[in-house]
Design a protein around this ligand. Structure first.
Ligand code: GTP
Ligand code: MG
Length: 206
């Protein structure tokens, strides 16, 4: 299904607009501007599918994407859905707005039965920040499976990448939830995309 075109299904501004539980969902979470939307576009090979920007706070809803060609009825659900999320942390938007996005992200992450994996994206120039740890804490508590994905590795020196992966693995080693290997990616250079696709494909149904 990564070879197929994907389509945008809907943008969800608050919990009451969530679609009914359907295909397994894979969510992309992370601080504002970490590269969530860019990574989805790179994975799907469709520039411009998820909107990206230099300005933190670009993605303002939970945006659902599925492979094209499924009717979406109970009898013909897509095998998987990807969910692009608003970022948490600093964004160029009013505080009430940012607080509302953060609430939406947290509510979705803790309350979605079909959510199979959360990729927590971390900018390789910055590493894990306190609000990332808040999100990991929430996922631990809700027993939702997560995996850390370093982004923008084209922005750091190559020898720094394994060091950062090691330090990040060490920082989360004692967390209660299972945490598969840390992935490192660059949407810009296409690095790490196959590993990420393989992780996603493992959750697809049919
Ligand atoms: P919000 O929706 O605002 O939370 O941001 P986001 O996490 O979706 O980030 P987005 O994909 O919009 O990317 C933010 C900026 O980082 C854009 O200017 C991208 O071009 C840039 N960017 C994303 N991925 C990469 C990467 O792998 N390498 C480099 N060099 N820049 C990247
Ligand atoms: Mg975005």
């Amino acid at each position: 299904f990564f070879a197929k075109p994907w389509i945008f299904v809907r943008g969800v501004p608050s919990m009451e607009f969530l679609p009914p539980e359907g295909p397994p969902e894979i969510a992309f979470a992370g601080r504002s501007n970490v590269g969530k939307s860019s990574l989805i576009n790179a994975l799907l090979g469709q520039k411009g599918l998820a909107r990206t920007s230099n300005t933190p706070g670009r993605t303002q809803e939970l945006n659902f994407f599925v492979p094209d060609g499924f009717a979406g009825s109970a009898a013909d659900l897509p095998p998987i859905a990807l969910v692009d999320m608003p970022g948490y942390g600093y964004a160029q938007a009013p505080k009430e707005q940012v607080d509302a996005w953060t609430r939406l992200v947290f509510d979705y992450l803790r309350g979605r039965a079909r959510l199979k994996r959360v990729f927590v994206l971390v900018d390789s120039r910055h590493g894990l920040k306190p609000n990332d740890l808040d999100v990991l804490g929430l996922l631990d508590k809700a027993a939702v499976s997560y995996q850390i994905v370093l982004t923008k590795t084209d922005k750091i020196k190559p020898p720094a990448i394994p060091k950062l992966m090691e330090a990040t693995a060490k920082a989360i080693a004692k967390r209660p939830a299972a945490h598969p290997e840390i992935l490192s990616t660059s949407s810009e250079k296409g690095r790490g995309l196959d590993e990420l696709r393989a992780a996603i494909a493992g959750f697809a149904e049919r």
